[in-house]
Design a protein around this ligand. Sequence first.
Ligand SMILES: [Zn+2]
Length: 230
Amino acid sequence: MQRAVILFGPPGSGKGTQGSLIAEKLNFYYLETSKLLEERFRDAKKGDYVEAEGKRYSFLKEKELWASGVLNSPPFVTVIAQVAVKELHRAKKSLLLSGSPRTVYEAKVLTPLLRRLYGKENIRIVMLELKEEETIKRNSQRRICELMRHPILSTKETASLTICPLDGSKLVRREGLDDPENIRTRLQQYAERTFPMLEYFESQGFKVQKVDAGRSVAEVYESIMKAITA
Ligand SMILES: [Zn+2]
């Protein structure tokens, strides 16, 4: 049976860390839109575009938005996510989506698609909750590894780490994305554009499981596993 899990939460809530742990444990495909976008942006050339709803979205313009902490144009991201979801479903994968959907617009397109492909009873939605001051603190201290870009959540357990526990490569800061100005923009974007998805999901009859993300990685992981295997 193929299943789908949607995981969302504010920047710094550990979506990336938890997403990869859970996907590995359950053998789900971990669809991380931010990574998809990052790859596409790296290769983007002048003139590359995506067509959505009769409009052209330039990759280079979207790359600028992304670099400033503003969310990408929902139709642009939605097209990219839709294509990936359809391909993965055809490949018989169960999915863990993190960072997508990220706007109500995107949720309104992706949720019915997932429902059609996977069936409502096979979809779980988890929202990670984190206090604003904790979000700011974690984001300003966040690091990733140089080799695989594994996210290292800033917690007291990871404070003294200097190399990636998985591959031994150096831990570095994400240039630009984790600057204070950028973090404030991303928090505001979350509150205005991502958080309202909660109401949308509930209006569609989904029970959104809320998990306190202000605890250790292991504790949060346990709670998410409980929520999605219940
Ligand atoms: Zn690593």
